[in-house]
Design a binder for this molecule. Sequence first.
Ligand SMILES: Nc1ncnc2c1ncn2[C@@H]1O[C@H](COP(=O)(O)OP(=O)(O)OP(=O)(O)O)[C@@H](O)[C@H]1O
Length: 232
Amino acid sequence: MDPILQCQSLTKEYNHFPALSDFSLTLERGQIVGLLGPSGSGKSTLIKLINGLLTPTSGKVLIDGMAPCTRTKEIVSYLPERTYLNDWMKVREIIAYFDDFYANFVKERALEMLERLGISPDARLRTLSKGSREKVQLILVMSRDADLYILDEPIGGVDPAARQYILSTILSNYNENATILLSTHLIAEIENILDRVLFLQNGQLILNHSVDEIRFQQKKSIDTLFREVFQC
Ligand SMILES: Nc1ncnc2c1ncn2[C@@H]1O[C@H](COP(=O)(O)OP(=O)(O)OP(=O)(O)O)[C@@H](O)[C@H]1O
């Protein structure tokens, strides 16, 4: 079986500015991977390349051995940085839309998670708080039976007290052979769910370690290590 994600010497330049440089990475199945780095380090650029929304200047992305295409869109479930949902729609209507659109969408799972997070399917998206809208989007993305979930800054707008609950609700529903790649600035809140971390700096991969390696060998939290590596 091919690794779920391979990036081979991936470079992306915007007007000759290298947002991502010679980036190589192989991700195996069945792990939750944190993509961490300061603002402007290239996280969203990488995520857009993996989703086929940007074309690399050079290098390759392979998902389950395939370049991004219609088939890879079926096995990748992507939460973009910004909302793309029509906010006049009711949550129930959006769920029906996803159910029609994606063969691997599990409607019952979405409805169950909504209930657990206290969101009415009859609410219109625009009447919900920013945090609840984020929850709905995350639920939609995680309700697909995908092989690779890519989450660009999930739960940023959710209040800190609710973040752990949301993450554990969502994660308790996902298939353990799938891989989740998530970018975040909320390292302390998210690190206890991560298996592996990637540090990006100026478009380059400067660290790729399992969380256990960092915790047991370096005896540090990911948050502490991040602050040490990226101190201003
Ligand atoms: N469309 C674009 N045109 C020109 N430069 C861009 C474009 N998109 C991103 N960049 C630049 O590429 C670099 C990487 O940006 P990117 O958005 O990938 O970083 P990021 O790590 O996701 O940042 P953040 O954490 O703030 O979301 C930045 O210097 C950014 O200014």
